[in-house]
Design a protein around this ligand. Structure first.
Ligand SMILES: [Fe+2]
Ligand SMILES: [Fe+2]
Length: 142
């Protein structure tokens, strides 16, 4: 098991999205640290926090994509729905205090996050770059 790290290539260039993504990574890092300290109750609490923040992030990101007129908002919404279904299943698994289950909880959380940031959001990244919505021109959508 390895601690998840934020990488510059995860940046979309849109501050509100990147801030959310970074925060979600931080929660996963806190879960990792809680596992190291065998603080399993804390893991369950953090897993809930992760899922709630993820759900909020999806709403923010979809509103942003609507606002800029992204051509495949519906496709991305579907991607979010499938990620959220996985995350809700994770919520149950994370309530378990067995070390192996908690480690699995963290691993699935990481997979969900990478699925969102690397696979999902990279889909609209080129659109943002092409249409000038990523930094430094993000003020254009404010
Ligand atoms: Fe995202
Ligand atoms: Fe997304």
């Amino acid at each position: 098991m390895k601690k998840i790290e934020w990488l510059p290539q995860f940046e979309t260039g849109v501050e509100e999205i990147d801030t959310d993504h970074r925060y979600l990574f931080e929660i996963l890092q806190e879960i990792y640290e809680a596992i190291e300290k065998s603080a399993y109750d804390l893991c369950a609490t953090l897993a809930n926090k992760f899922i709630e923040k993820l759900s909020e992030h999806f709403r923010t990101e979809e509103a942003f994509l609507d606002r800029i007129g992204y051509s495949d908002v519906e496709g991305h919404r579907e991607h979010h729905t499938s990620v959220m279904t996985r995350a809700r299943q994770l919520e149950q698994a994370c309530k378990n205090n067995e070390p192996a289950k908690v480690a699995e909880c963290y691993a699935v959380g990481v997979a969900i996050m990478l699925d969102e940031v690397v696979r999902g959001d990279s889909g609209f990244k080129s659109y943002l770059d092409h249409h000038g919505f990523s930094r430094p021109m993000r003020s254009a959508v404010r």
